[in-house]
Write a protein that binds this ligand. Structure first.
Ligand code: FES
Ligand SMILES: [Fe+2]
Length: 389
C-alpha cells in the first residue's frame, strides 16, 4: 500500500491559506515543466529523466521529441535500462519484446508473442512535449485533461520573438519550493554582498529592502500565466545597518552606496508552476529565467537561463560571446551559485515538514506568503505517491 500524501497532513491546520502549496512537496500536476535543454537530446538520441517523481523516457525522432513512461506495461522493467529502437518510430522492451509506438504509446507488436490480442489495444503512457527557446518541455498531467498551451506556464516575455537564451542546468539538493520563493525574498540580497558580479558590473546591491507590501503586484486575473511581481522601489533600500542596539555598541554592517556605482532597474517575479524571471539581470535589457523543476522530495533541477532580445544575427552572436566570457562566470557560476548554496543549506531544514511551521518569517517575507497562497488558489492537483507508484 502506498502513502496517500508526501507530507505530514497533521500540519494542514497550521497552513490553512496555503495548504495546497504545503502538500505540493513533489510539485503541482497539470502544468508544463522544463525537461532538458534542446542540445541535450540530438536527433535519434534518448534521455531518461525523473520529473515530479515520474520516470520519463525521451527520444528525438526526425527533429521532434517524444516522451513515454519509462516503465514497461508488461512486467515493469525500466525501458531506459537498455534502449532498443529497431525502427525509427518504435521502442522495444529489452525483456520480452513488447514494442511501443513513440507517438501514441500503442503496442505495435510483441516479439515473443506476435499473435497476442494486446497488440493494437494496450498502450504505454505518452506525455505531451513541446520545444521552445532551446528548451524541451513536458506536460505532467491527469489522463483526459485538456492540455493548455505552453505559453500559459512560462513567464511573460520568455517566448518573445528574437529572444536569445544561454544557460546551464544543475541538480540542486533542496525541495523545489525554495526556488521560486528566492525570487520574492526581499531581504536575501545580503547573501550576494560578496559576489564578484557586483565588482564586474559595478552594480549597486543593497543589504535589504523595505516595503514588500506596496511593491507586490499579484498577477491573478483570468488569463495565464499567473505570478507575483516584486517591483523594487529604489528609496527603500538599506545600505547601512547597525547590528547591535546595545548602548555604546559601535558594531555595524556597512555596504554603502558610494555614489560611484551604477543603479539599475530590476524587477523580479515568480510564475506558476515555479519559474523565476528577473528583468534587467545580469545586464540592461537582459532577462533572466530560472526554472525549478521538482525531481523528488529533496531535489530539483534548476535551469539557469540568461537571455537578451536580439534583432540581428550579429547582436545574437555578441550576446552569446558576452555570455561565454562574462555572464557564465559572474552570474551563473558565482552570483546564482550563492542562491543555490543557500537553498541546499536550507533544504536540509525544509525536508522536515515541520520546518514550514517552525520557520519565523519577517514582515518583508510578505511576498513569499502571497506566492504560497497564489499557488494554492490555482492548484489543479498535487503530486502524490500514487501518481508515481
Ligand atoms: S517487461 Fe517489458 S516486455 Fe516484459
Ligand atoms: Fe539571489
Amino acid at each position: 500500500m502506498t502513502k496517500a500524501s508526501f507530507v505530514d497532513e497533521s500540519y494542514l491546520p497550521n497552513v490553512k491559506t496555503w495548504s495546497e502549496y504545503y502538500r505540493a512537496k513533489v510539485g503541482f500536476r497539470n502544468y508544463w515543466y522544463a525537461a532538458c535543454l534542446s542540445t541535450e537530446i540530438a536527433d535519434g538520441d534518448w534521455l531518461a529523466r525523473t520529473i515530479l517523481g515520474e520516470e520519463i523516457l525521451f527520444r528525438r525522432i526526425n527533429g521532434k521529441v517524444h516522451a513515454i513512461k519509462d516503465r514497461c506495461i508488461h512486467r515493469g522493467v525500466k525501458l531506459s535500462n537498455r534502449v532498443e529502437c529497431h525502427t525509427d518510430s518504435t521502442i522495444t522492451c529489452w525483456w520480452h519484446g513488447f514494442t511501443f509506438r513513440w507517438t501514441d504509446g500503442a503496442v505495435t507488436n510483441i516479439v515473443g508473442a506476435p499473435e497476442s490480442k494486446l497488440i493494437g489495444r494496450a498502450k504505454i503512457k505518452v506525455y505531451p512535449v513541446d520545444e521552445a527557446q532551446g528548451m524541451v518541455f513536458v506536460f505532467i498531467g491527469d489522463p483526459g485533461i485538456d492540455v493548455p498551451p505552453l505559453s500559459n506556464h512560462v513567464p511573460p516575455m520568455f517566448l518573445d520573438e528574437g529572444r536569445v537564451i544561454e544557460g546551464e542546468v544543475l541538480v540542486v539538493e533542496s525541495n523545489w519550493r525554495l526556488g521560486p520563493e528566492g525570487g520574492l525574498d526581499e531581504i536575501h540580497r545580503y547573501l550576494h554582498r560578496t559576489s564578484t558580479l557586483l565588482l564586474e558590473t559595478k552594480a549597486t546591491m543593497p543589504l535589504g529592502y523595505r516595503g514588500a507590501k506596496t511593491q507586490c503586484e499579484i498577477v491573478d486575473g483570468e488569463a495565464w500565466p499567473k505570478g507575483i511581481i516584486d517591483r523594487f522601489a529604489s528609496d527603500t533600500m538599506y545600505f547601512e545597518v547597525d547590528i547591535d542596539t546595545a548602548p555604546g555598541a559601535v558594531t555595524g554592517v556597512r555596504f554603502a552606496d558610494t555614489g560611484t556605482k551604477k543603479k539599475r532597474t530590476v524587477a523580479t517575479s515568480s510564475w506558476l508552476p515555479g519559474v523565476l524571471r528577473v528583468e534587467g539581470f545580469p545586464e540592461d535589457g537582459g532577462c533572466f529565467f530560472e526554472f525549478y523543476v521538482p525531481i523528488n522530495e529533496t531535489q530539483h533541477r534548476c535551469f539557469m537561463m540568461i537571455s537578451q532580445t536580439c534583432r540581428t544575427p550579429q547582436e545574437a552572436a555578441q550576446f552569446r560571446s558576452r555570455y561565454k566570457t562574462r555572464w557564465r562566470r559572474y552570474a551563473v557560476q558565482n552570483f546564482l551559485r550563492q542562491d543555490v548554496d543557500a537553498r541546499e543549506s536550507a533544504g536540509r531544514f525544509y525536508q522536515h515538514d515541520r520546518a514550514w511551521i517552525e520557520e519565523i518569517l519577517t514582515e518583508e517575507d510578505y511576498m513569499i506568503i502571497e506566492w504560497r497562497k497564489l499557488s494554492s488558489r490555482h492548484s489543479k492537483g498535487v503530486q502524490t505517491p500514487d501518481h508515481i507508484a
